[in-house]
Design a protein around this ligand. Structure first.
Ligand SMILES: [Ca+2]
Ligand SMILES: [Ca+2]
Length: 324
């Protein structure tokens, strides 16, 4: 199924309205990440491992930090493209428990600029965050902003996912969409991937414009980056230095985040059918449905746990993933 720009527009308009509502309820926002245990002690695989349903506002992305044993959750808090300086990043414990009484990194703080944080990646002690048209680096211990890479001069429009290469190069997708004052979505920009190396940005690869490229993750088996698009059913593989990305398969479309599991399968979220979908042996298969507006998932490989932010429900669900 191909998701055309009209359905993207309808969905994004709904998101816009939700975002506007979230803005109106700004005073209710951060601070109180609460957790509801899924099932304990015997975990039922048909129930979430844990549900975090407090302290979140338009959560877009979750990242697992194996070194520090925390989940980072980026919260747009309002409209995805709006520079309102109220976005924030929460830390959660391994089982989703609350860590911070106030957000770890908070645009509302005078010394922090953060509008609408989306994808994240770690290199050393720096947490990289996509923020509309800027890539920001924060010290992962203090939360201080340590790097600001402005991609606006390269016409970045909607930076989305972030991933770190083994050589420290940061890769950022640009979905290329723009929002009108009435919440309508247009697609004036390229669908592409930027690379940031030594503080300098370049355009790494351009995908078909209609793809609205979104998630990116390293695919060791192919020795290449795996990419999924919000507005296309295709999955792509792109080897660093290659001129183009190659279609390696299809799925339900509406894809947001993607990770590669320890067994080599790719796992990605789909807004099109509210699913977690696995991709292996050149084909996609639904793993789990009933996850509305599932955005950019995080993955704890040691426990085979994924954390899925449900964008419109202001909730993060942790799910166990059965290995092959
Ligand atoms: Ca915001
Ligand atoms: Ca995303």
């Amino acid at each position: 199924m191909i998701i055309d720009i009209r359905s993207l527009t309808r969905r994004a308009s709904a998101l816009f309205m939700l975002g506007a509502a979230a803005c109106g309820a700004k005073e209710d926002v951060p601070g109180t990440a609460g957790t509801t245990a899924g099932t304990s002690p015997a975990r039922d695989p048909n129930l979430p491992f844990a549900v975090v349903d407090a302290g979140l506002s338009t959560p877009e992305s979750v990242l697992w930090d194996a070194t520090r044993q925390v989940w980072y959750v980026s919260n747009i808090n309002g409209n995805p493209p709006q520079k309102d300086d109220n976005g924030y990043i929460l830390r959660l414990g391994p089982d989703g428990q609350k860590i911070d009484s106030l957000p770890f990194i908070n645009g509302a703080d005078a010394d922090v600029t953060l509008h609408a944080p989306k994808g994240m990646a770690l290199t050393g002690d720096t947490l990289w965050v996509a923020d509309i048209d800027v890539l920001r680096g924060f010290n992962v211990t203090s939360g201080t902003e340590v790097a600001t890479i402005d991609l606006a001069p390269m016409q970045a429009l909607f930076l989305n996912d972030v991933a770190a290469g083994s050589d420290g190069t940061i890769y950022i997708t640009d979905t290329g969409i723009a929002f009108g004052a009435d919440g309508s979505v247009s697609h004036p920009g390229k669908s592409r991937v930027f690379a940031v190396r030594g503080g300098k940005a370049s355009e790494a690869v351009v995908l078909p414009k209609e793809s609205a490229v979104n998630g990116i993750t390293w695919d060791a088996a192919r020795n290449a980056w795996l990419l999924v698009g919000y507005n296309s059913p295709n999955l792509w593989s792109w080897a660093v230095g290659a001129k183009e990305a190659t279609v390696i398969g299809t799925g339900p479309g509406g894809a947001d985040g993607v990770v590669v599991l320890t067994d080599g399968r790719a796992l990605y979220t789909s807004w099109a059918d509210s699913s977690l979908t696995v991709f292996a042996n050149d084909s996609s298969r639904t793993l789990r449905k009933g996850l509305p507006a599932p955005a950019d998932l995080g993955y704890d490989a040691a426990r085979n746990l994924v954390a899925v932010p449900l964008f419109t429900a202001n909730r993060v669900e942790l799910w166990s993933v059965e290995m092959k």
